[in-house]
Design a protein. Structure first.
Ligand code: FES
Ligand code: FES
Length: 158
Protein backbone atom coordinates (compact mmCIF):
# COMPACT_ATOMS: atom_id res chain seq x y z
CA UNK A 1 0.00 0.00 0.00
CA UNK A 2 1.22 3.50 -0.81
CA UNK A 3 2.91 5.41 1.95
CA UNK A 4 1.60 8.79 3.02
CA UNK A 5 3.66 11.80 3.99
CA UNK A 6 3.16 13.02 7.52
CA UNK A 7 4.55 15.95 9.43
CA UNK A 8 4.45 16.04 13.19
CA UNK A 9 6.31 17.51 16.13
CA UNK A 10 8.06 15.00 18.37
CA UNK A 11 9.60 16.25 21.61
CA UNK A 12 9.69 19.77 20.22
CA UNK A 13 11.30 18.88 16.90
CA UNK A 14 9.45 18.86 13.60
CA UNK A 15 9.64 15.47 11.93
CA UNK A 16 8.60 14.59 8.42
CA UNK A 17 8.21 11.03 7.28
CA UNK A 18 6.36 8.43 5.30
CA UNK A 19 4.01 5.86 6.76
CA UNK A 20 1.77 3.17 5.34
CA UNK A 21 -1.86 3.86 6.25
CA UNK A 22 -1.94 0.99 8.77
CA UNK A 23 1.45 1.67 10.39
CA UNK A 24 1.01 2.33 14.10
CA UNK A 25 2.41 5.44 15.73
CA UNK A 26 4.50 3.15 17.95
CA UNK A 27 6.14 1.53 14.92
CA UNK A 28 6.65 4.92 13.26
CA UNK A 29 8.37 6.32 16.35
CA UNK A 30 10.58 3.27 16.75
CA UNK A 31 11.32 2.30 13.17
CA UNK A 32 11.21 5.57 11.26
CA UNK A 33 12.45 7.99 13.93
CA UNK A 34 14.65 5.61 15.94
CA UNK A 35 12.88 6.53 19.18
CA UNK A 36 12.96 3.08 20.72
CA UNK A 37 12.20 4.34 24.23
CA UNK A 38 8.52 3.75 23.49
CA UNK A 39 8.09 0.05 24.16
CA UNK A 40 5.62 -2.32 22.54
CA UNK A 41 3.97 -5.11 24.51
CA UNK A 42 0.54 -6.45 23.66
CA UNK A 43 -0.11 -4.30 20.56
CA UNK A 44 -3.80 -4.53 21.48
CA UNK A 45 -4.31 -1.52 23.71
CA UNK A 46 -4.22 -3.56 26.91
CA UNK A 47 -0.82 -3.22 28.59
CA UNK A 48 -0.21 0.53 28.24
CA UNK A 49 3.57 0.25 27.88
CA UNK A 50 3.42 2.07 24.53
CA UNK A 51 1.81 5.19 26.05
CA UNK A 52 2.94 8.54 24.66
CA UNK A 53 1.40 11.99 24.95
CA UNK A 54 -0.41 13.40 21.92
CA UNK A 55 -1.52 17.03 22.07
CA UNK A 56 -1.35 16.88 25.86
CA UNK A 57 -3.27 13.63 26.35
CA UNK A 58 -1.96 10.12 26.96
CA UNK A 59 -2.58 7.76 24.05
CA UNK A 60 -1.68 4.15 23.32
CA UNK A 61 0.64 4.46 20.40
CA UNK A 62 -0.01 0.87 19.29
CA UNK A 63 -3.66 1.77 18.69
CA UNK A 64 -3.05 5.06 16.92
CA UNK A 65 -2.05 5.09 13.27
CA UNK A 66 0.99 7.18 12.43
CA UNK A 67 -1.08 9.06 9.83
CA UNK A 68 -3.44 10.12 12.64
CA UNK A 69 -0.49 11.90 14.24
CA UNK A 70 -0.10 14.18 11.23
CA UNK A 71 0.12 17.81 12.44
CA UNK A 72 0.03 16.69 16.07
CA UNK A 73 2.47 17.26 18.91
CA UNK A 74 3.86 14.05 20.37
CA UNK A 75 5.88 13.69 23.55
CA UNK A 76 7.75 10.47 24.21
CA UNK A 77 9.98 9.20 26.99
CA UNK A 78 12.99 10.65 25.13
CA UNK A 79 11.51 14.11 25.69
CA UNK A 80 11.18 13.91 29.46
CA UNK A 81 14.73 14.67 30.57
CA UNK A 82 16.24 18.10 30.05
CA UNK A 83 19.62 17.21 28.58
CA UNK A 84 21.51 15.35 31.29
CA UNK A 85 19.00 16.41 33.94
CA UNK A 86 16.35 13.82 34.57
CA UNK A 87 12.70 14.80 34.80
CA UNK A 88 11.65 14.92 38.50
CA UNK A 89 9.49 11.86 37.98
CA UNK A 90 12.45 9.90 36.62
CA UNK A 91 14.45 10.85 39.71
CA UNK A 92 11.57 9.78 41.96
CA UNK A 93 11.22 6.44 40.16
CA UNK A 94 14.89 5.84 40.90
CA UNK A 95 14.63 6.96 44.55
CA UNK A 96 11.48 4.91 45.22
CA UNK A 97 12.87 1.77 43.56
CA UNK A 98 10.10 1.91 41.00
CA UNK A 99 12.42 0.55 38.31
CA UNK A 100 12.69 -3.18 37.95
CA UNK A 101 13.24 -4.69 34.50
CA UNK A 102 12.21 -1.32 33.04
CA UNK A 103 9.98 -2.69 30.31
CA UNK A 104 6.84 -0.90 31.48
CA UNK A 105 8.71 2.19 32.70
CA UNK A 106 8.27 4.44 29.61
CA UNK A 107 4.52 3.81 29.66
CA UNK A 108 4.37 4.31 33.42
CA UNK A 109 6.27 7.60 33.23
CA UNK A 110 4.24 9.05 30.34
CA UNK A 111 0.99 7.98 32.00
CA UNK A 112 2.05 9.58 35.29
CA UNK A 113 3.10 12.83 33.60
CA UNK A 114 -0.27 12.96 31.86
CA UNK A 115 -2.19 12.24 35.07
CA UNK A 116 -0.39 14.69 37.34
CA UNK A 117 0.39 17.52 34.94
CA UNK A 118 -3.21 17.59 33.72
CA UNK A 119 -4.62 17.38 37.25
CA UNK A 120 -2.24 18.86 39.85
CA UNK A 121 -4.77 18.26 42.65
CA UNK A 122 -4.97 14.54 41.91
CA UNK A 123 -5.49 12.32 44.97
CA UNK A 124 -3.69 9.04 45.81
CA UNK A 125 -6.79 6.94 44.94
CA UNK A 126 -7.04 8.75 41.62
CA UNK A 127 -3.35 8.10 41.00
CA UNK A 128 -3.86 4.41 41.77
CA UNK A 129 -6.82 4.21 39.40
CA UNK A 130 -5.00 6.14 36.67
CA UNK A 131 -1.80 4.14 36.92
CA UNK A 132 -3.75 0.90 36.61
CA UNK A 133 -3.82 1.72 32.89
CA UNK A 134 -0.30 0.31 32.63
CA UNK A 135 0.60 -3.28 33.48
CA UNK A 136 3.89 -4.15 35.14
CA UNK A 137 4.86 -7.78 34.73
CA UNK A 138 7.39 -7.39 37.54
CA UNK A 139 4.38 -6.48 39.73
CA UNK A 140 6.23 -3.81 41.68
CA UNK A 141 3.42 -1.30 41.86
CA UNK A 142 4.15 -0.02 45.38
CA UNK A 143 7.28 1.94 44.47
CA UNK A 144 5.67 3.23 41.29
CA UNK A 145 2.67 4.60 43.20
CA UNK A 146 4.94 6.15 45.86
CA UNK A 147 6.96 7.88 43.14
CA UNK A 148 3.89 9.28 41.38
CA UNK A 149 2.37 10.42 44.69
CA UNK A 150 5.64 12.18 45.56
CA UNK A 151 5.64 13.86 42.16
CA UNK A 152 2.08 15.08 42.69
CA UNK A 153 3.16 16.54 46.05
CA UNK A 154 6.11 18.29 44.38
CA UNK A 155 3.80 19.80 41.77
CA UNK A 156 1.41 20.96 44.48
CA UNK A 157 4.33 22.34 46.47
CA UNK A 158 3.42 20.47 49.68
S1 FES B 1 1.56 -2.26 23.38
FE1 FES B 1 0.09 -0.69 23.31
S2 FES B 1 -1.25 -1.12 24.92
FE2 FES B 1 0.11 -2.80 24.92
S1 FES C 1 9.41 -3.00 35.73
FE1 FES C 1 9.35 -4.89 34.65
S2 FES C 1 7.48 -4.80 33.62
FE2 FES C 1 7.38 -3.18 34.99
Amino acid sequence: MDEQSISLTVNGTEQNGEAEPRMSLADFLRERLGLTGTHIGCEHGVCGVCTVICDGMAVRSCLMFAVQADKKEIRTIEGLADGDTMHPLQTLFSEQRALQCGFCTPGMLMTAVDLVDNNPSITPPEIKAGMSAVLCRCTGYEGILKAVEAYAKQIKGV
